[in-house]
Ligand binder design. Structure first.
Ligand SMILES: C[S@@+](CC[C@H](N)C(=O)[O-])C[C@H]1O[C@@H](n2cnc3c(N)ncnc32)[C@H](O)[C@@H]1O
Length: 236
């Protein structure tokens, strides 16, 4: 894919990483050029993490205090996606996400990620997040009898570098069910690069965008480490 390389921070034959605002950077991605989008945006809930060990206390996710980005994002997402997109969401704003996406996409399903591990809280402690499965025409999973509940234990807070980090195995499930080898997968809100790791471990090409300098560096190192690990293995 030919990309305008303004803002490109890293480019190899497996991954292209951009540091910046995805609403701007998506404008440079050609129409219908992305085979699958898997992304985990800020949920618009002004999350104030209170993790067990206090590690993420006082950390905030950029743009988590508003959903002003959602309409422009939806337009750009529709334009650049060939057919399918998976967008994570919390229960709090699922109505707003769904209504916005329905202006363009078919909302084919709302998957549940069962985290198999309670988060902090008092009553009905949080144990799931949602994934909107969007398409332009239809979606076909590779497996025949695929449940819409995906159960993968979340990483322990001690091992996480982002308060919203997703397990690679969950992202691998989405990517392998919904795309083919050598396809291009895009994550517009890359965080620590878990989707990038899942993508290149499964022989797909990755485009990642992240606004925050610190998370961008974490993602870049993680994806490069994965790339080097896989390349070394291949040459042994
Ligand atoms: C929920 S987190 C993603 C976490 C990621 N799934 C992981 O496993 O590490 C959302 C990320 O989007 C980033 N972000 C917020 N607004 C953005 C924007 N306009 N463009 C690009 N990244 C943005 C935040 O800095 C944050 O790291």
């Amino acid at each position: 894919m030919e990309l305008n390389n303004k803002n490109v921070s890293t480019h190899t034959h497996t991954h292209t990483l951009y540091k910046g605002d995805c609403l701007e950077i998506m404008k440079d991605i050609p129409d219908g050029s992305v085979d699958l989008v898997v992304t985990d945006p800020p949920y618009g809930i002004d999350l104030k993490p209170q993790r067990e060990n206090g590690k993420f206390k006082n950390t905030k996710v950029k743009n988590d205090d508003n959903l002003k980005w959602l309409p422009i994002f939806t337009e750009e997402l529709y334009r650049i996606t060939k057919n399918v997109a998976c967008v994570f969401c919390g229960w709090q704003n699922i109505d707003k996400f769904k209504m916005e996406f329905e202006k363009r996409f078919i909302v084919k399903n709302i998957l549940i990620w069962n985290k198999d591990w309670f988060g902090m809280g008092n009553n009905y402690r949080p144990n799931y997040e949602l994934i909107l499965l969007l398409c332009k025409t239809n979606v076909k999973t590779k497996s025949n009898n695929k449940s819409n509940i995906l159960t993968y234990r979340r990483k322990s807070p001690q091992k996480m570098t982002h308060s919203c980090e997703k397990p690679v195995i969950l992202l691998e499930d989405l990517i392998t069910e919904l795309s083919n080898e050598n396809d291009t997968i895009l994550d517009t809100f890359m965080g620590t690069g878990s989707c990038g790791e899942a993508t290149i471990r499964n022989n797909r090409k990755f485009i990642g965008i992240e606004l925050d300098d610190t998370y961008f560096e974490i993602a870049k190192n993680r994806i490069e480490d994965t790339y080097n690990e896989l390349n070394n293995t291949e040459t042994i």
